[in-house]
Design a protein around this ligand. Structure first.
Ligand SMILES: [Zn+2]
Length: 147
């Protein structure tokens, strides 16, 4: 279920996406919230950053783990202006983030709407149950044609 705080966190993500674009990077912003508090946020650093895979979601996950000092983030929500790609979907599942709010679809490398929907895979035992997924704005999404 969409929460009343989702809109404001997604606004912040959009701001981060604009920062990414201003630096010549893919316009994606992501952040992670735990118990109503911002744990970490990131703007995409690809293609102009030093790291080849510095996707906003991956950077946010890594920073959130550091800040929280945890190995798993079951109670956390990850917000992103984009559908996490397969790489970022893997990071989300490995850290067992419990809820994911996503913006625009990411086409054939998306972890939800592509033919590799690992973000919601329910047959990888160590990942546990799939996270709750909310497309934002509410009710949108699911297919690459809407990108
Ligand atoms: Zn990614």
């Amino acid at each position: 279920m969409p929460g009343h705080e989702d809109a404001s966190w997604m606004l912040r993500c959009e701001e981060l996406a604009r920062q990414a674009a201003a630096a010549g990077n893919t316009p994606v912003g992501a952040l992670i919230v735990l118990e109503g508090l911002l744990l970490a946020e990131a703007a995409e650093q690809v293609p102009n950053g030093e790291r080849r895979f510095a996707h906003a979601e991956l950077l946010a996950v890594e920073a959130a783990l550091r800040v929280a000092g945890l190995r798993y983030l079951e109670s956390a929500t990850l917000y992103s202006t984009a559908e996490p790609c397969i790489l970022c979907g893997f990071a989300i599942r490995e850290t067992r983030i419990g809820r994911v709010v996503v913006g625009r679809p990411s086409g054939d490398t998306g972890s939800l709407s592509s033919r590799f929907p690992i973000l919601v895979a329910d047959d990888v035992s160590r990942w546990g149950p799939a996270p709750e997924v909310v497309w934002w704005p509410q009710g949108r999404g699911g297919t690459a044609s809407q990108a």
